[in-house]
Design a protein around this ligand. Structure first.
Ligand SMILES: [Zn+2]
Length: 374
């Protein structure tokens, strides 16, 4: 369910996307507002009114999260950090940065902007709700719920658990202090991880005490925080280590290539079972035609392997499987993780120059981490 995203609209040049998990969450929120929270606070409304309040509450929550992420994005833009867009998923939102902030000051203001904007929105909604009280009680109910939600949003995000906003604020201070992003991220993510473990522990305790739903939520958020802390740290390490490195550096020259006239049967026996690679560039008369992968071979019924040639099944070069030698290695890595292709062809026009593989980049990273060079 994670990873499937729909683009909703553009706001100030930022794409707003939702993860499909949000649709489920949106329904759950509407339902729990209409059936639980609003009837608990306000008696004797017609059933339909509770449902309208539920829908308005869920939409308002959605808007509040977008507002919060937009604040991050706008401040980031001021500091010259490119933002990929805003994605809402089950635990809230993320404003995705293309790169790390340029310095501790930028990080500090980018991080604090979110919670500050939520507090501000909370105060406005609170003021509006006291006016709404005279107009209609359901309106008052929705507005005061949203005011509280925005304060909670600010409070939760201010937890000093990296990569939450509070953790980013903490990282910016550590970064400023030691002038070392890697060290600051390491410390901040350890604290974030610690928060995650504590939440898992207390969540489990609550489940044992009988608060099953609340406890499960805490455990889930705990796991989420722990994962996020660890993977954000790894991301920083990888980014720092691959900074400025080009594909050329990791590329293997003279890779094994398959001629187009080869039958699939021969490909399987003489290439796949011999070299154990999942992808082979297909070269004909010195020209790169594309590549053939084990995935494509599997799609052809086994009886046809004798007759079908590699040339008939080849898939052409595309940005999904081919990169240039001057491309940033980090970008090649992100293509690998997005497409699941662990080997990419390195080509210049229709000439194959080499192959870059995930294994080679990882090998480089592991020795670099071992030496501990900054
Ligand atoms: Zn935030």
């Amino acid at each position: 369910m994670f990873g499937k995203q729909i683009t909703l609209f553009k706001l100030f040049g930022f794409e707003v996307r939702i993860d499909l998990s949000w649709l489920v969450l949106g329904f759950l929120i509407t339902w729990s507002l209409a059936k639980g929270i609003f009837p608990g606070y306000y008696k004797d409304f017609p059933e339909a009114t509770y449902w309208w309040m539920g829908v308005a509450g869920a939409l308002g929550l959605f808007g509040s999260i977008v507002f919060h992420e937009l604040a991050h994005s706008l401040v980031a833009k001021r500091f010259g950090v490119t933002m990929k867009g805003i994605t809402l998923f089950i635990f809230g939102g993320v404003a995705e940065m293309e790169d790390e902030p340029p310095g501790p000051k930028a990080e500090f203001f980018m991080a604090i902007a979110g919670p500050l904007s939520s507090v501000l929105l909370g105060l406005i909604l609170h003021a509006a709700s006291s006016r709404g009280e005279n107009v209609s009680m359901p309106l008052y109910g929705v507005l005061s719920y949203l005011a509280v939600i925005n304060f909670i949003l600010a409070g939760f995000n201010l937890l000093p658990a990296y990569p939450l906003d509070g953790g980013r604020v903490l990282r910016s201070i550590l970064w400023k202090w030691k002038k070392n992003l890697r060290w600051a991220t390491h410390r901040a993510s350890q604290i974030g991880s610690g928060f995650g473990i504590a939440l898992i522990f207390f969540g489990a305790l609550n489940v044992l005490r009988g608060d099953i739903i609340g406890g499960i939520w805490q455990v889930m958020i705990g796991f989420f925080l722990r994962n996020a802390a660890q993977s954000s740290y790894q991301q920083v390490l990888i980014r720092k280590s691959l900074e400025g490195e080009k594909v050329e550096r990791f590329m293997k020259k003279d890779p094994v290539t398959a001629p187009a006239s080869l039958s699939l049967q021969e490909l399987v026996e003489n290439y796949i079972y011999t070299y154990h690679y999942k992808m082979y560039p297909v070269v004909e008369k010195g020209k790169l035609l594309g590549c053939i992968t084990t995935r494509q071979v599997k799609e052809v019924p086994r009886e046809q392997w004798q007759q079908r040639t590699v040339g008939e099944s080849v898939s052409g070069c595309s940005p999904e499987n081919t990169v240039g030698p001057g491309m940033d290695a980090l970008k090649a890595l992100s293509i690998m993780s997005r497409t699941g292709n662990s080997r990419l062809m390195v080509a210049d026009a229709d000439q194959l120059i080499g192959i870059i593989s995930l294994k080679d980049i990882m090998g480089f990273l592991s020795v670099k981490f071992d030496i501990g060079e900054d």
